[in-house]
Ligand binder design. Structure first.
Ligand code: HEC
Length: 137
């Protein structure tokens, strides 16, 4: 095999290795930026929010495609909730409304299917931070 062909093949091989690495670096960077943004919006922590989702049993009623485990269909799916304009039908999807909804769904929509669980404001902010990392598309 001529040296020039070997060189071209070597370059191709390197490109094949480098492409998936750069894609995964970019995706990791995007996920990190989404976390930083969600925490700035809500004053909560994404990692604590993810743990709280499990503790409060939210997936018993809501599908969240990124989380394994039970995936209920009682409430609307929450995958992509960060990209929605409104929550619970009529509230603008702002961090303050989200925190209030998570703590007091029965006050905001009496009789709705979402139970009101004892929850501190800090826990609701963590949950909201986690939910705002769930973007569609
Ligand atoms: C027993 C079932 C149940 C549980 C548990 C539950 N929810 Fe809900 N949730 C609902 C229902 C039903 C609705 C729709 C309420 C409505 O709009 O009338 C809802 C609505 C929502 C909405 C608004 C969604 C939208 O598209 O408008 C969010 C956000 C939400 N829930 C988050 C959570 C989180 C976070 C938890 C865990 C802390 C949780 N829910 C626990 C049943 C539940």
């Amino acid at each position: 095999m001529p040296a020039s062909l070997r060189f071209v093949l070597a370059l191709l091989g390197l490109a094949l290795i480098a492409a998936p690495i750069s894609v995964s670096v970019l995706l990791g960077e995007e996920a990190r930026a989404a976390r930083v943004n969600a925490e700035a919006m809500t004053g909560g922590r994404v990692a604590r929010g993810e743990a709280a989702v499990r503790r409060f049993g939210c997936t018993g009623c809501h599908a969240m495609s990124v989380l394994r485990g039970p995936s209920g269909l009682v409430g609307p799916p929450l995958s992509g909730i960060a990209s929605r304009a409104e929550i619970a039908g009529s509230l603008a999807n702002t961090p303050e409304h989200m925190v209030a909804w998570l703590r007091f769904p029965q006050q905001l929509r009496p009789g709705c299917g979402m139970p009101q669980q004892p929850m501190t404001e800090a826990e609701a902010r963590d949950l909201a931070a986690y939910l705002y990392t769930l973007r569609s598309g």
